[in-house]
Design a protein around this ligand. Structure first.
Ligand code: FES
Length: 260
């Protein structure tokens, strides 16, 4: 931002590289996900193809869900809920990603140009950071992390259920099982690489030597944390692909190829 106390440089920036490329790619990638996930969340159809349930629709919290044998169906919201059941659950993973430190940087740059890139002045006249409503709510990220952990646990359960065939017999694997396995590994890697998780595990300690287990876990999480941006994108793509796979099978585009 320009203003008193800042160097009086007339040029908008002095960068000579293609600094706009990263925010442009970020904008396109996030927009594609928003469009796709909005369509799928409101579709309220083709989210279950035995034995797979779309990660966008699990756990099911309303009575109007497709019957998922053995799946996480808790009809907390009863029959009065007439909209898509995905809307009841997506708020948690969505809130987790929306308040994520990496995604904040990504969409502040890609969507709001605040700032567009390092050392490029932003077009806005004032800057209040995250000190006021609504952006002060970004500080709830830790609580969304607490909500994201059980959701990841439920998706793990769904992945275990994917080791059945379409008649619910155990000990089978289809291409969809592999898709679900890759997705759940990436979901956990992204969730555990969270900055809040790193602080919960290793923060507020005066002496690491007195907490060797937490220190070891903090080191592991630190290694994941260094790849948080990569994991954010990989898990975003994998969760959309897992949903799309279920959509293709459920809508009859092709049958899930059985591996054994
Ligand atoms: Fe990205 Fe917590 S900082 S998920």
């Amino acid at each position: 931002m320009r203003g008193a106390g800042r160097a009086a440089i007339a040029a908008p920036h002095l960068r000579t590289d293609r600094w706009w490329l990263q925010p442009a790619v970020t904008f396109a990638g996030l927009l594609a996900f928003i469009v796709y996930s909005t369509w799928r969340a409101f579709a309220n159809a083709d989210y279950y193809a035995a034995p797979y349930v779309s990660p966008f629709y699990s756990p099911c919290l309303a009575e109007n869900c497709a019957p998922m044998k053995g799946g996480p169906n808790w009809e907390i919201f009863g029959s009065w809920w007439g909209l898509s059941p995905a809307l009841l659950i997506l708020i948690f993973p969505l809130g987790f990603r929306l308040t994520c430190y990496y995604y904040r940087k990504a969409y502040y740059r890609g969507f709001w140009a605040s700032p567009p890139a390092c050392a490029v002045a932003e077009p806005h006249k004032t800057y209040t950071g995250e000190t006021r409503f609504p952006l002060i709510l970004q500080n709830m990220h830790r609580y969304f992390f607490y909500a994201a952990v059980p959701v990841a646990g439920i998706l793990t359960y769904d992945t275990v259920l994917a080791f059945r065939d379409e008649d619910y017999e155990w000990g089978h694997m289809g291409l969809g099982t592999l898709v679900f396995l890759v997705n759940i590994v990436l979901i956990w890697a992204y969730t555990l690489s969270c900055h809040s998780c790193r602080h919960i595990v290793g923060g507020k300690l005066k002496h690491f030597s007195k907490h060797p287990v937490r220190y070891r876990m903090w080191q592991w999480i630190g290694k994941l944390n260094a790849r948080h941006m990569l994991l954010a994108w990989a898990s975003l793509i994998s969760v959309a692909l897992a949903d799309f796979y279920v959509y293709l099978v459920a809508s009859g585009v092709f049958d899930d190829p059985r591996l054994f």
